[in-house]
Design a protein around this ligand. Structure first.
Ligand SMILES: Cc1cc2nc3c(=O)[nH]c(=O)nc-3n(C[C@H](O)[C@H](O)[C@H](O)COP(=O)(O)OP(=O)(O)OC[C@H]3O[C@@H](n4cnc5c(N)ncnc54)[C@H](O)[C@@H]3O)c2cc1C
Length: 443
């Protein structure tokens, strides 16, 4: 039996059946049999249970790995849904194009990027991956195939962008790439002392920088609350510097974590020491440098299986967004609550989302500020903390990202995703996921 997990390795009880898709022409019931529910599974980079299907069948999409067409003049690419973003980059970067939007790992499939309508460091400029999708094909369990675009089968298109794999299997996607003149990024790292400085830097950078993101010290408190490193960058504009790019890229060796780390690695003192050292690693307040795109966008990809750092019990990620309209007090309260609980970890990311509305009915991003933070699975204390964070997020009219979730309540879900009733009509009757079962139980 194939062992399949989500990235956070939670929940652990799932023992799915898996079937591989290889051909766009595959017919669902002939591969998955009748009766059981089905769900597409890409590279399993979702953290919680939205890419799992307890008691059902997972349809592995990595066999759908062919490029269909590429227009190098206009940067329009069509590929099967199991192609990874890493494979797209290999093809297009040497030809002067880049992904329109990329999450913090390139080991996700194009189908997975659409189904979670992923966002990246350029959200304030370009919105989400869905904004670049020109058309896609959806295979439904009744044997039908629907080509969808903003003008053709629009309602299905808007349900499938960010549709959590529940509207059917996406077989191929056509999307618009971004023109670049170099694979290098002009990067600046700026140390900031707290949330006010973070917001000021975000405002200042919004119009001048394509990419912005911040790492924050989640255990800092009082006057240091929300301090961190603001990272911003633009594609270099002085031509493809192939030799330099190659030499910079070669530093980017791959690391594998050979085993699960013992829980002591996540002890609060270890985490505090790491955060302190990381914040002070840069002595200067402002550091500008030129880097290869890979470490800029995907620093975590250099350590394969880094999710094992949290040990055998797995981990949660909590990613929320609170709208600007509710002010900045909610984010301050969220950070304060996490800092007091002393449960956060090394990876705390803060970023502003721009005003471009997401296209998908179930898309997560909305205009505001988003925080993403890993938490080791230490049991009830961390779940109680999430309830406190949910209460603040709900009160601020915010939301929590389903791709990162393994525990939100049905009630919280209905508030975070007010279009869920409309979306429900587009869910294919044969499709389900562990997340959907959990959320719909009492709906
Ligand atoms: C280190 C790291 C950093 C990340 N950073 C970000 C970030 O910055 N921004 C962000 O938005 N996300 C981020 N993520 C989350 C990740 O981008 C998403 O979860 C992504 O959707 C995973 O893609 P996948 O191919 O692994 O899909 P899976 O996790 O396998 O599946 C995700 C969803 O897509 C559906 N799906 C997959 N293929 C298809 C298909 N062919 N047809 C229909 N549905 C399909 C599945 O059913 C499931 O609902 C990050 C994840 C990691 C591990």
């Amino acid at each position: 039996m194939t062992r399949l997990e989500s990235w956070g390795r939670l929940p652990r009880s799932v023992v799915p059946q898996a079937r591989s898709l290889y051909w766009q022409s595959d017919v669902l019931h002939s591969i998955s049999g009748k009766g059981k529910s089905v769900l597409a599974y890409g590279l399993g980079r979702s953290y919680g249970d939205s890419c799992l299907n307890d008691q059902g069948v997972l349809l592995l999409t990595r066999g759908l790995d062919r490029f269909i067409s590429f227009d190098p003049v206009n940067g329009i690419i069509r590929c099967e849904a199991g192609v990874s973003l890493a494979e797209v980059l290999e093809l297009v970067v040497p030809r002067g194009w880049f992904l329109p939007v990329t999450p913090g790992t390139k080991f996700v499939t194009v189908g997975g990027a659409v189904a979670n309508d992923v966002h990246g460091k350029n959200h304030h400029v370009d919105g989400t991956f869905g904004h670049a999708v020109r058309r896609l094909e959806l295979m439904r369990s009744d044997g039908s195939r629907r080509e969808c675009s903003p003008t053709q089968n629009q309602d299905v298109y808007f349900a499938t962008i960010g549709g959590l794999g529940l509207t059917g299997v996406i077989t191929w996607v056509e999307f618009q790439l971004k023109k670049i003149s170099s694979p290098l990024i002009d990067q600046e790292v700026i140390k900031f002392g707290g949330l006010d400085e973070f917001f000021a830097l975000s405002r200042e950078s919004e119009h001048q920088f394509m990419y912005t993101v911040s790492w924050i010290d989640c255990l800092a408190s009082k006057r240091n609350l929300g301090r961190g490193l603001f990272i911003r960058g633009n594609h270099a504009t002085d031509g493809i510097d192939a030799a330099r790019a190659k030499s910079v890229a070669s530093i980017n060796a791959k690391w594998h974590l050979p085993m699960d780390l013992p829980n002591v690695a996540m002890h609060p003192l270890t985490v505090k020491a790491f955060n302190l050292a990381y914040y002070h690693k840069q002595l200067r307040t402002h550091h500008a440098t030129r880097v290869f795109y890979d470490p800029f966008f995907y620093p975590l990809d250099a350590v394969h299986d880094w999710n094992r750092i949290y040990g055998k019990r797995g981990f949660y990620q909590y990613q929320c967004v609170v709208p600007f309209s509710s002010g900045t007090a909610a984010m301050r309260e969220i950070l304060d609550t996490i800092s007091r609980a002393r449960l956060g970890s090394f990876l705390a990311v803060l970023k502003t989302f721009g005003a471009k509305p997401s296209l998908g009915m179930m898309s997560f991003p909305r205009h505001g500020v988003t925080l993403a933070l890993d938490f080791a699975n230490t049991g009830d204390d961390v779940l109680r903390l999430f309830e406190r964070l949910d209460a603040i997020t709900c009160a601020a009219n915010g939301s929590v990202y389903i791709a990162k979730d393994a525990r939100m309540s049905p009630a919280a879900f209905r508030q975070y995703y007010p279009r869920w009733q409309e979306f429900r009509h587009f869910v294919d009757p044969r499709f389900s996921s562990s997340f959907w079962q959990r959320i719909m139980e009492s709906a």
